[in-house]
Design a protein around this ligand. Sequence first.
Ligand code: 5GP
Ligand code: MN
Length: 319
Amino acid sequence: MDSLGAIAELINQNDDFLVAAHVSPDGDTLGSALALARALARLGKRAQAVCEDAVPHIYEFLPGAADMLRSENARPARVAVAVDCADAQRLGSALPLFRAAEKTINIDHHETNNAYADYNFVEKAGATGEHVLRLINLLGPEPDADMATCLYAAIMSDTGSFAYSSTTPDSLRAAAMLVERGADPARINRRIYRTIPFGKQKLLGATLTGLALHENGRIGLACLSAADIASCGALEEDTEGIIDHIRDVEGVEVAILIRESASGVFKVSLRSKHFADVGGIAASMGGGGHKRAAGYTVLGSMEEAASGALTLAREALRA
Ligand code: 5GP
Ligand code: MN
């Protein structure tokens, strides 16, 4: 493990950076990448923010989102930073760019992180955005309102609006500081959670209609084929957040949402309420995450993906 101080020193000695977010980007990876890229630019350095996927609609308001590059439009840089990526594969098509850098940095908060970079700062926290705020404070540029907006969105979204068990006093202190710096909690919350595309809301309805309970109601499972998503007029990115509604059902300990992300490719999202270690399940399937929120990708049919996930979830209930 390297210190944030050592990482700040490496950053100070260089001027060409690539900051990479993970595939199927969420608020934490995007907010962290955009804030760090902005801080580097403020220090007079070149910084490209990169992601395999386009910025999802709900995060388009984040300052700098319009400048986020798809992997094919980015160029290699001397130093590459991965934010919120538990393993190198999470970079998807940005991985070759990351590997092409002379020095690589990994800043993350996932317990399953496997320290894949030259410099690794991995510590449990509500969000990677908390670590990026600490790094920016070490680097020196006062976080401006745009950086504050990105980092507040990162922490708010990954802590379930400061409600998950991962929320710590540090998460709340960071949020308070970001509000002092110009982040607007009401606006950020409205943009991410209360400006829902019609198709996404219909998809929530369709998912809950198809929700099935197993193991006396302790496992909730819903499956979305590409056709299900399309028939609601929704996009794959619109599945974000739906699993929370499965976990919230009374008695459910493990929530499973499976979506078809390409023909024969299934993305399994997992959440647990009190005790089940879904990060362990995900890691055993080549994915990863946290004890209470994790995911993996599996090939085959929807039926196979569902029965495989159910078997693992039953084991997690017994452990
Ligand atoms: P989600 O279900 O929202 O996609 O992801 C939940 C959590 O698990 C997030 O912290 C996310 O980074 C992590 N996660 C999801 N899918 C994967 C995966 O395929 N590999 C790894 N390492 N982590 C994942
Ligand atoms: Mn995160």
